[in-house]
Design a binder for this molecule. Structure first.
Ligand code: AMP
Length: 396
C-alpha cells in the first residue's frame, strides 16, 4: 500500500478524492463535519510539503445537473476555517475555467472543485470525463473510503491515468488498517453486531462474517424477519417476507459454522412510531397483532452486553432499534455503552455505518470506540471480502 507519507509533494498538483458528502440543514449549514475533519491530515500534508491541493468530491445525489443545495461551495468556509487557510473554489470540476483556476495555483494553495455528480459521467464511470479530471493533477490521492465501493470515474477510472503516481491518503490507509486488524489479526472472541432496518444489503456481510466471527448479534428491524423465520408472531413489525426463508437458512448456516447467532429474546413494542406512546415488552416471538417491535428488550440487552463484555474484537454496523425516537433508544444506547466499556478494558472495536455512528454521537460516546469508520456501505463490502474498485485501482 503506497501512502502519501512516502512521497514529497513539493511543487506537485495533487488531485485528491475526498468524501465531503456532509449532511447540511435547510439553511445549508453543515450539521456534522466528521468526514471533512477525517481528511484534514491528507490535505495538510500536501500543503506543508509545498504541493497544490486540488480537492474533488460529491455531495448528495444530484441527477447530473447543478442544484444549489448540492454545491460544494456550501462547504468551503468550514474547510477554510478547519485548515485556518484560504480555500479557493472552482465553479465546475472539468472545463476551461477549471484548467485556468488550476494554472493560477501556487505551492501551498488549496482549490475545491464543484460537485463531481453535477456530471452524469461521474457515476457512469466515463473514461473521457475521468481523463479530463486526471489532466488537472500530477499525482492522484484517494482519501474517500466511503465511496471506494463505487466504480465511479473519480474513484475507479481517474487512477488509471496515474501509473506509479497514485497513493492512499492517510484516512483511507487508516480505514483499511483498522478493518484488516479486525479481520486478519483478530483477538478472540470476535463478535459482530449487525442491526438496522433491513436484512437486504447486509446478507452477504452476515454470510461472510460467519467465516470469521465467534458471535453474531442481530438487532434492529431485521431481527423481526428472523423471528418470523422461527415461526414467531411479530405483529406489525418491519418484515421482509421474501427474506424469511433466507433468514432460516442463515440460522442453519450459523449452526454449521459453529457461530453463536444471537437474536433478541424480547422486544419493546408500540402501536405507532411516535414518542411517548404506550409500550409493552414481550417475547420477540409473541408480539401482539396490532403492535410493532421498535427496540430490543431488557433481557436481550443484558445478554448482548455480557457477550460484548467478553469479546476482544467487536464490529458494529446498524442500530438495535429506532434510536432516533425517544423511548426506543435504550437498546442502541446500552449496546454502544457496552462496546465502549469493552474498549476501555482493552478490546478492539470498529464501528461503521451512518446510523451507528450517528447513534454514538447522539449518546456522546464516539470517542469511546477504537475506530469510527467513515464508510457504511464500503465497510460492509470490505467485510464481505469484495474487491472495492476504488482500492483495486490504487494497487496496479
Ligand atoms: P440501516 O440503514 O439499514 O442501517 O437502518 C437504520 C435504520 O433502521 C434507523 O433509521 C433505525 O431507526 C431503523 N430501525 C432500527 N430498528 C428498527 C425497527 N425495529 N423497526 C423499524 N426500523 C428500525
Amino acid at each position: 500500500m503506497k501512502t502519501i507519507e512516502q512521497v514529497s509533494l513539493k511543487g506537485k498538483r495533487v488531485l485528491i478524492r475526498v468524501d465531503f458528502n456532509l449532511p447540511l440543514d435547510e439553511s445549508l449549514i453543515i450539521t456534522d463535519d466528521s468526514r471533512m475533519v477525517a481528511s484534514l491530515p491528507t490535505i495538510k500534508k500536501v500543503v506543508s510539503d509545498g504541493g497544490m491541493a486540488i480537492i474533488m468530491s460529491h455531495l448528495g445525489r444530484p441527477k447530473g445537473v447543478f442544484e444549489k443545495r448540492f454545491s460544494l461551495k456550501n462547504i468551503v468556509p468550514r474547510l477554510s476555517s478547519l485548515l485556518d487557510a484560504p480555500v479557493c473554489f472552482s465553479n465546475d470540476c472539468v472545463g476551461k475555467s477549471v484548467v485556468d483556476d488550476v494554472r493560477k495555483m501556487k505551492n501551498g494553495d488549496i482549490l475545491v472543485l464543484e460537485n463531481l455528480r453535477f456530471h452524469n459521467e461521474e457515476v457512469g464511470g466515463d473514461e473521457v470525463f475521468a481523463k479530463r479530471l486526471a489532466s488537472l493533477g500530477d499525482i492522484y490521492v484517494n482519501d474517500a473510503f466511503g465511496v471506494t465501493h463505487r466504480p465511479h470515474a473519480s474513484t475507479a477510472i481517474v487512477p488509471r491515468f496515474f501509473p506509479r503516481k497514485k497513493y492512499f491518503g492517510f484516512l483511507l490507509a487508516k480505514e483499511i488498517f483498522s478493518l484488516k486488524k479486525a479481520l486478519n489479526h483478530t483477538k478472540r472472541p470476535f463478535t459482530a453486531i449487525i442491526g438496522g432496518a433491513k436484512i437486504s444489503g447486509k446478507i452477504d456481510a452476515i454470510t461472510s462474517l460467519f467465516n470469521k466471527v465467534d458471535n453474531l448479534i442481530i438487532g434492529g428491524g431485521m431481527a423481526y424477519t428472523f423471528a418470523k423465520a422461527l415461526g414467531g408472531n411479530i405483529g406489525k413489525s418491519l418484515v421482509e417476507n421474501e427474506k424469511v426463508l433466507l433468514a432460516k437458512n442463515l440460522i442453519n448456516l450459523a449452526k454449521k459454522k459453529n457461530v453463536v447467532l444471537l437474536l433478541p429474546s424480547d422486544s419493546l413494542n408500540a402501536r405507532t412510531l411516535k414518542g411517548c406512546v404506550k409500550t409493552n415488552t414481550s417475547n420477540i416471538l409473541s408480539i401482539k397483532k396490532d403492535y410493532m417491535g421498535l427496540d430490543i428488550g431488557k433481557d436481550s440487552i443484558a445478554k448482548f452486553v455480557t457477550i460484548i463484555a467478553n469479546s476482544q474484537t467487536i464490529i458494529w454496523n446498524g442500530p438495535m432499534g429506532v434510536f432516533e425516537t425517544e423511548g426506543f433508544e435504550l437498546g442502541t444506547k446500552e449496546i454502544a455503552k457496552a462496546i465502549c466499556l469493552a474498549t476501555a478494558n482493552g478490546s478492539f472495536s470498529l464501528v461503521g455505518g451512518g446510523d451507528s455512528v450517528a447513534a454514538l454521537k447522539k449518546f456522546n460516546l464516539e470517542k469511546g470506540v477504537s475506530y469510527l469508520s467513515t464508510g457504511g456501505g464500503a465497510m460492509l463490502e470490505y467485510l464481505e471480502g469484495k474487491k472495492l474498485p476504488g482500492i483495486a485501482a490504487l494497487m496496479d
